[in-house]
Design a binder for this molecule. Structure first.
Ligand SMILES: Nc1ncnc2c1ncn2[C@@H]1O[C@H](COP(=O)(O)OP(=O)(O)OP(=O)(O)O)[C@@H](O)[C@H]1O
Ligand SMILES: O=C(CO)[C@H](O)[C@H](O)COP(=O)(O)O
Length: 398
């Protein structure tokens, strides 16, 4: 970048225009209004052509976003850490290739403000989508921003932190696909769709065991969020390029324990740089029980399904896994029957799963499909970058 500048939290007092763009550089004209003096300042900024790929990950709180992010970051190598020397309560995670920002940082009302106004954090009125759009757009264009921080410990909005444009920006949280302008900035989007029964089981496990909440308070919090979840969060799944749906098992009649899961990876057809994974034969309908000589299964076993389908009027491919692995090293047998995995070597999915065997969901379809989506994102990134190196910037997705 020839001139570096910062989009500050006052970005809404500013206007910027992309005045010219080529494969090697983008030139912005930037006008900033200073309300105190009622004067305007003009700046021309020359940036290297956009290289930041933006990924959106949507899910309700406690639905596995952090776990998914750890798997994704690991696919790119290196560990993700909070910004060095910054706010210890920062929600941001930075690694060599990726920066993950949490959209909770765009809450415009703090905990007290939400209480006073009687709105939840899921309500769009508690979030600043203008600023979210401005800052994601700036980062995508190679411009650093000063992003606010929502402090989950105090419930307050802290002083902003500086975020540099990374190679891959992941925006994770409640609303990455809610605002059409933000949605249009995404190169790929994922929705973690956790059924109510499973969400409840996971919340109990975490909030009772790790955070000391009572069963009644967990139930009450889920119930209080449900209307806004249904109105504002859940509808985003129609826009996702990939949805990981987590449901109770169908292998145990009337199961109410929620330990064995049926997980569906729903992949949109026709998405640029993303070719859906398939089982055995692309486009066919398959039901497969891999248990036997090559895969050890205890009760209730494992069942895979694969078929074309439609999802919110989109053509999709769905791979489903019901049940759980007894021995993770035997996953190689399943991996060898899946195609279009975007692995760099035979067995990479199994290797990634073994590396993080202690993460939640490593013995079932949640871990398997999160790992596969991570590999697909790496592939998408590599294709996008290769394409940008050879094509004019105008042809890349805005
Ligand atoms: N695949 C899984 N299988 C079983 N339990 C899981 C799985 N993923 C997450 N959990 C449970 O849900 C809890 C929340 O997971 P995680 O922290 O990844 O979610 P999150 O969406 O980032 O939450 P928050 O937004 O509240 O920080 C974990 O502590 C774990 O108990
Ligand atoms: O839905 C959420 C996303 O993580 C949180 O509940 C929201 O961000 C408010 O946080 P807190 O409960 O810490 O005030």
């Amino acid at each position: 970048m020839a001139v570096s500048t910062i989009y500050s939290t006052q970005a809404l007092n500013s206007t910027h225009f992309l005045t010219s763009s080529s494969s090697s550089k983008q030139v912005f004209f930037y006008r900033r209004h200073q309300p105190q003096t009622n004067r305007s300042f003009n700046t021309t900024i020359t940036c290297a052509a956009q290289q930041t790929v933006v990924i959106g990950l949507a899910a309700d709180s406690g639905c596995g976003k952090s776990t998914f992010m750890r798997r994704l970051t690991s696919v790119f190598g290196g560990a993700a850490e909070p910004p060095k020397g910054g706010n210890p309560d920062s929600n941001t995670l930075i690694s060599d290739m990726t920066t993950v920002i949490c959209l909770d940082d765009y809450h415009s009302l703090d905990r007290t403000g939400r209480k006073e106004k009687g709105v939840t954090a899921l309500d769009p009125r508690a979030n600043d989508f203008d600023l979210m759009y401005e800052q994601v757009k700036a980062l995508k264009s190679g411009i650093a921003v000063e992003k606010p921080i929502y402090n989950h410990v105090t419930g307050l909005l802290d002083a902003p932190e500086l975020i540099q444009p990374p190679k891959i920006l992941v925006i994770e949280g409640l609303h990455p696909m809610f605002d059409e302008r933000v949605r249009d900035l995404l190169d790929f989007s994922i929705y973690l769709d956790i059924s109510n029964e499973v969400k409840f089981a996971w919340k109990i496990q975490r909030d009772m065991a790790e955070r000391g909440h009572s069963l009644e308070s967990i139930k009450a919090s889920i119930e209080a969020r449900k209307p806004d979840f249904d109105a504002f969060i859940d509808p985003q799944k129609q826009y996702a390029d990939a949805v990981i749906e987590v449901l109770p098992t169908q292998l145990i009649p009337d199961d109410n324990e929620g330990k064995v899961l049926r997980v569906r990876l729903i992949m949109k057809e026709g998405v640029q740089y993303f070719s859906p994974v398939y089982l055995f034969d692309e486009g066919s309908t398959i039901s497969w029980i891999p248990c036997g000589r090559k895969l050890t299964c205890s009760y209730p076993g494992i069942k895979f399904n694969y078929s074309p389908d439609s999802y919110f009027d989109h053509e999709v491919s769905v791979v489903e896994m019901d049940g759980q692995f007894d021995r993770l090293d035997e996953l190689i047998y399943v991996e060898s029957h899946l195609s279009n995995l975007s692995t760099k070597f035979y067995g990479e999915v199994t290797q990634q799963m073994l590396k993080h065997a202690d993460f939640p969901g490593s013995n079932n379809g949640t871990g398997l499909f999160q790992t596969i989506v991570g590999l697909k994102i790496r592939d998408l990134y590599e294709q996008l970058i290769a394409n940008k190196a050879t094509a004019p910037a105008e042809t890349a997705k805005a």
